[in-house]
Design a protein around this ligand. Structure first.
Ligand SMILES: O=P(O)(O)OC[C@H]1O[C@H](O[C@H]2O[C@H](CO)[C@@H](O)[C@H](O)[C@H]2O)[C@H](O)[C@@H](O)[C@@H]1O
Length: 387
């Protein structure tokens, strides 16, 4: 059993925990050679995470079971095969899910509790895209959301300030969602368009701009200096993975996704090695795991949690007792947002998952169809309570 499978959690249910993010660095920030720092790049000391010292990674690291376990952890094929071979296992899975739900109750069955707490408050909605609004599919370019979901999000945005926070580039996620009435944060929150409003001095990278409709907006791109580096590493990753059948490298503007969903499992170590080898030349970039994807992003103290805080401030909703932020997401990167809401006792994270996993969320929803139901219920509640 992989070491991230924690048998000691509440209710004796096995729960998947995420492996720690991989940090691909050779030396402490500031001590390594300027070889890696592109011309003109001045890294903001407040945003730039201090890179923990680590001994140089060797290629063998990716063969360690934790890498492969992490890569396998979101593998539906494994679960499906196991279920096919044992109906007993399938029913045990269901039991585990139900005991897990004692810790992360369904946001649908707990709906009254949520809305009771939301009474008299402004509910701010934050929605992840892949796996939350659109089902996970093999081809990332075909992750379309249904018209019904789009209509539900549009309706929700009429009653609640609503933002999409995605790992995809902002343009790409906007093309999928196609709703002008929302706010968008792409590249895991490193590319945010919010309403025009004076912000605290922490956000020096925030500039006035215009959106596609010509409306004046605040544009916040804390990783803008990394753009040339990300483009370079994108090209390098395309090249280094080109012979791996099924590998797909996606440019998400301030981060890069290396997909292995369509790669034969026997080559997963190879793809991990390729990525690791390429990143050895980029100590200012780090690697995290998503759903059958390795994500390369700047070593920057910025994530979806920070993006939620930024958007709340932009919307004039931070530090208010009468605001209830709700964040719905399915992936590891969404945990940063769940954590911000949980730790600040500020709102609710809702994890979308059909398998038990450890999370900072308060509630759960099983899949995108339950997300749809939740959004519709929220709108129905708001309409009836304002009659
Ligand atoms: O933050 P998100 O909006 O959830 O974006 C996270 C990544 O989502 C996409 O990849 C995932 O969905 C694909 C389509 O269903 C699937 O093929 C892939 O295996 C998943 O990892 C997107 O393509 C990535 O760029 C995002 O980082």
């Amino acid at each position: 059993m992989p070491d991230w499978m924690d048998m000691t959690s509440n209710h004796n249910a096995p729960v998947l925990t995420d492996p720690p993010p991989m940090t691909l660095t050779k030396s402490r920030l500031g001590t390594h050679s300027s070889l890696y720092q592109p011309h003109g790049v001045v890294f903001s000391p407040t945003l730039f995470q201090s890179i923990p010292w680590k001994k140089p990674l060797i290629v063998n690291d990716v063969r360690s079971s934790s890498w492969l376990d992490a890569m396998k952890s979101s593998s539906p094929t494994h679960r499906k095969k196991a279920k096919e071979s044992s109906t007993e296992l399938a029913s045990t899975d269901t039991d585990f899910y139900h005991s897990w739900m004692l810790k992360y109750p369904s946001a649908l069955t707990s709906f009254e509790q949520i809305t009771n707490y939301g009474k008299g408050k402004t509910i701010a909605l934050f929605l992840d895209y892949d796996g939350t609004l659109s089902p996970i599919v093999d081809n990332p370019d075909h992750a379309f959301m249904s018209d019904t979901m789009r209509a539900a999000v549009r309706e929700a945005a009429k009653y609640f300030p609503t933002a999409i926070i995605s790992g995809r580039s902002r343009d790409k996620v906007y093309d999928f969602v196609g709703l002008t009435e929302l706010y968008y944060a792409g590249s895991h929150g490193m590319d945010i368009v919010g309403p025009v409003r004076p912000l605290s001095n922490d956000h020096l990278n925030c500039i006035r701009s215009t959106d596609k409709q010509g409306k004046e907006v605040n544009l916040f791109q804390p990783a803008s200096k990394f753009l040339p580096m990300i483009e370079e590493v994108f090209r390098a990753l395309v090249e280094s993975t080109k012979d791996i059948k099924g590998a797909n490298v996606e440019n998400n503007k301030f981060c890069v996704s290396v997909h292995y969903r369509n790669v034969d499992e026997k080559y997963w170590t190879t793809i991990a090695q390729c990525v690791q080898k390429t990143l050895e030349d980029y100590p200012h970039l780090r690697l995290t795991h998503g759903r059958k994807v390795l994500e390369v992003r700047p070593v920057l103290d910025w994530d979806k949690g920070k993006a939620v805080e930024f958007l709340l401030e932009s919307l004039g909703l931070s530090n208010c007792d009468d605001v209830l932020p709700i964040y719905v997401g399915d992936d590891r990167t969404d945990e940063d947002a769940f954590k911000v809401l949980r730790e600040g006792n500020r709102g609710y994270g809702i994890l979308v998952s059909s398998i038990p996993k450890e999370s900072n969320a308060f509630y759960s929803l099983r899949d995108t169809s339950e997300v749809l139901e939740f959004l519709k219920s929220l709108v129905g509640w708001k309409k009836s309570s304002s009659l």
